[in-house]
Each structure stands twice: as C-alpha cells, then as structure tokens.
Design a protein around this ligand. Structure first.
Ligand code: SAH
Ligand code: SF4
Length: 420
C-alpha cells in the first residue's frame, strides 16, 4: 500500500488552460539568477556593473563562496562584499530559490520534489520539473532534470508522453541541487533534517545523475555549464566521477561532453538489436547500435575504473529472453562497462509489463557470469512515482493562439516565443 507523505500545496496552474477561460497574458519575467551562472559569465557581469579589472577575480571568488559553500539566498549575508556592489547585483540578478510546489516522501526515504521555475520571457506559467533524492546510509544520489518534457518518445517512458516544453537553463539545473540541499538541511548553517533514511555519515548529496526529465544532450550548453559548476572545486565540489549523464544515444555529442566536463556516461540501451531498439528508443533510427557502441568504446577517459553504465529496462517478452542476455554481453565485449537491469516501472497508460522476477534473475545470472557484478537495480520511490521513467510534470506548452487570444482580451502585447 503506498504510504507517501504528501505535503503538497494546491497547484492552481497544474492543468491545461482552457481557451474559453481568461488566460493571463505574458507576465514580467523574473530577474535572471546569479546561481548557476558560469564563473566567466559572473566575471563579465561584475565588469559590466563597474567592478575594476584587478578586483574581479577576488570579488567573483567571494560571491562564489557565498553562493555555493554557504548557500546564501540573501545578498545581505555576503558580509565581505561591499554594500554598493550587493545592491548593484540585486538590482539585476536574483539569488533566491525557485518555488517548491510539492514534496513527497516514500516509505523507503526517497524524496520527490516538484519545483516551479521563475517565469522566463514570454511565459505565463512557471514551468515545473521533478527532482528525486535517493538517500542511502553513507551516500545520497540526486536525480535531476535537464528539460521540461522531452522531444524523444521512448515508448516505455512516462516523460516521453509529455510534450517537450523547453530546455532548462544552467541556473535552473543547478537550482535543483541548491534546493535539495535546503530541503535536507545540508548547508553549514543548517541542521540536517532528522530522518533515519538519510545518510548518517558522508556527504548527503554525494552523487548527481542527469536521469530526470529530458534528454541532457539535447540541451548541450546548459547541461555542460551546469556540470562544470557542480564540479567546481571552490564551490559545490562534486567529483566528476560522481556526476553521471544518461543519454538515450545522442551520439554526436557523446565525445564532446566527455571532453568538456569529464563526467561519467550512462546509456539507455534497452535493446540488443536495431529492430527492437528502433521501437523502444526511436533515436536509434538516427544513431544505430553500432554507432552508439563505437562512441561508448571511445568515451574520453574510459577505463576499468571509469566504466560506462548501460541501462537496460526489463520488459516482459520484449527484450528479456536469455538469448537477449547473451547478446547483451557479447555486444559490450571490450567496452569497460557496468550493466544496470532496471525492472520496468509502470505508469498510468503504459503499454508494457515488467518482466517476471524469475526471468529478471535468470537474465541477471547470464550477465553476472560474464563478470558484471550486482546488475539488478532495485527500484526506489515507486510508491510516489519517483522511480526511473515515472517522472512527468503538468507543465504544458501553451499554444500561441491561446496566448494571443488572452492578450487581445487583456488588450496588451504578448510575447509569442512559445510555439504551437
Ligand atoms: N533522457 C535520458 C535520461 C532520463 S531517463 C535517457 O533516456 O537516458 C533515465 C533512465 O530511466 C533511462 O535509462 C530511461 O530509459 C529509464 N526509464 C525510462 N522509463 C522507464 C520506466 N518506465 N521504467 C524503468 N526505467 C525507465
Ligand atoms: Fe526522453 Fe530519456 Fe524518456 Fe527517452 S527515456 S523519452 S530520452 S527522458
């Protein structure tokens, strides 16, 4: 029986607005955030507002410290930054967090947060994304989103049924980590949230995985910048070996992300031949298995100590035969790899079934014998729909025509950057 604690506030914007209703025209966008802005951009901002050349390095280091080591959300807390500079920054940039819409806590301690981002230019509703925290005794993994919705349509994935709304900015990606740390009390000035399920030793967020909503390599620049901010040694300082980007196989960006961030790579494989993979992960029609595996074998820095993870969702009678298991092992020969068998997590309206447990074990046995340790990944947070592939927000793309109609009604100009 699902026992999730739902402390949700009601979310009035959670449904698609009806054309007959009075839709608000585009509102003033929020100030851009300083949190999640690349260091070089921060320096350029400081130069722009008149900080002298020789002070820029020192000022940017001070601000970086307050944002990422202290986790402040108010400029007045930046005690060694003079008031004039704080005021000038506050005029133009925000350091506040986005809004928490709901928090759900699973019986296994997994936490799922629905976060509403501040309005961007042309938006009438703040976009919502999901972010999941998976605590263990000595470590904690945060699963973050890179897009609102997804352009791809993997047939077994809930996010794939949500239309792509937009890319998240690096600020919005980094904000998910900042908020998670607020919510579990993970800043020096805070007390840790009391919960036996949370890590009792070690870092509360020791690992970050880009496995939430969206295809990270279709939002390349922002994802790259966010990884480099998360890994910055003078700030959040997560080891690049503990940051994993999962892709459905956008092959033309795989080498580049490795070169430019040094993050770990995970591949949503799910099929061992092109025929099956074309259906499950349709991007396979563009970049087939051979091209994908070739990119993996050449991933920058790959070694036995830095393996590529292959995710394989277990779908009854689709990809779970013993012959499939053997093919999987032979396909990955020569590539330093880990295999994660993910029991399919159902969602409302899904057309697949999870493989029988016995079958998963038989499949895992073949994989195990080939030298891959503990291949089955126990689903976490299923009771709150926080498990792999269950994420989907209610954010929708509003049609230009609806926005125009609303705008005419309100007799105001409207920005129509959102497309039909
Ligand atoms: N778009 C990226 C990252 C997000 S999906 C990607 O596809 O890799 C994170 C992982 O969850 C992927 O391996 C995805 O294939 C898997 N997944 C999606 N739907 C699932 C479901 N219903 N059950 C189990 N795993 C699922
Ligand atoms: Fe998008 Fe990944 Fe889901 Fe495929 S599995 S639809 S790429 S989020």
């Amino acid at each position: 029986m699902p026992q999730s604690l739902d402390i949700s506030k009601s979310n009035p914007n959670a449904t698609i607005p009806d054309a007959t209703l009075n839709i608000a025209p585009a509102l003033n966008p929020a100030k851009p955030s300083l949190v999640g802005m690349p260091r070089e951009t921060l320096k350029a901002v400081l130069a722009e507002i008149g900080v002298k050349d020789k002070a820029i390095k020192m000022r940017s280091a001070q601000i970086w410290h307050w944002l990422y080591i202290a986790g402040v959300t108010d400029y007045d807390e930046m005690r060694n930054v003079n008031k004039d500079l704080r005021n000038a920054l506050a005029e133009l940039y925000s350091i506040e967090r986005p809004e928490l819409v709901t928090e759900q806590v699973s019986v296994d301690g997994t936490r799922k947060w629905l976060i509403k981002m501040p309005l961007q230019k042309g938006e009438t509703l703040g976009q919502e994304v999901e972010c999941v925290y998976i605590p263990e005794q000595t470590r904690g993994t945060l699963c973050i989103s890179s897009q609102v919705g997804c352009t791809l349509t993997c047939t077994f994935c809930h996010t794939g049924t949500q239309r792509m709304v937009r890319n998240l900015t690096s600020q919005e990606i980094v904000a998910q980590i900042m908020m998670a740390r607020d919510l579990i009390g993970d800043w020096p000035s805070m007390e840790r949230v009391k919960d036996d399920n949370l890590p009792q030793t070690g870092r509360m967020i020791s690992n970050v995985v880009y496995m939430g909503m969206g295809e990270p390599l279709y939002n390349y620049e922002h994802v790259k910048n966010s990884i480099n901010i998360i890994a910055d040694g003078d700030g959040l300082a997560l080891s690049r070996r503990r940051i994993t980007l999962s892709t459905s196989g956008v092959v033309n960006y795989i080498d580049k992300i490795g070169e430019e961030t040094g993050c770990m790579l995970a591949i949503s494989l799910h099929g061992v031949n092109d025929e099956v993979r074309d259906v499950l992960v349709p991007i396979n029609k563009k970049f087939n298995l051979e091209t994908l595996l070739d990119a993996c074998a050449n991933y920058p820095g790959i070694s036995n100590a830095r393996r590529v993870t292959f995710e394989y969702v277990m779908l009854k009678d689709i990809n779970d035969s013993i012959a499939d298991a053997k093919k999987l092992v032979s396909l990955l020969k020569g590539i330093p790899a880990k295999i994660n068998l993910i029991p399919f997590n159902p969602w409302p309206g899904s057309n697949y079934e999870c493989s029988d447990w016995q079958q998963i074990e038989k499949f895992a046995e073949v994989v195990n014998r080939a030298g891959y340790a503990s291949p089955i990944r126990t689903p976490r947070g299923r009771d709150i729909m926080a498990a792999c592939g269950q994420l989907k927000s209610e954010s929708v793309k509003i049609k230009k025509s609806l926005l125009k109609k609303a705008s005419n009604a309100a007799n105001e100009p409207v920005n129509t950057t959102e497309s039909d």
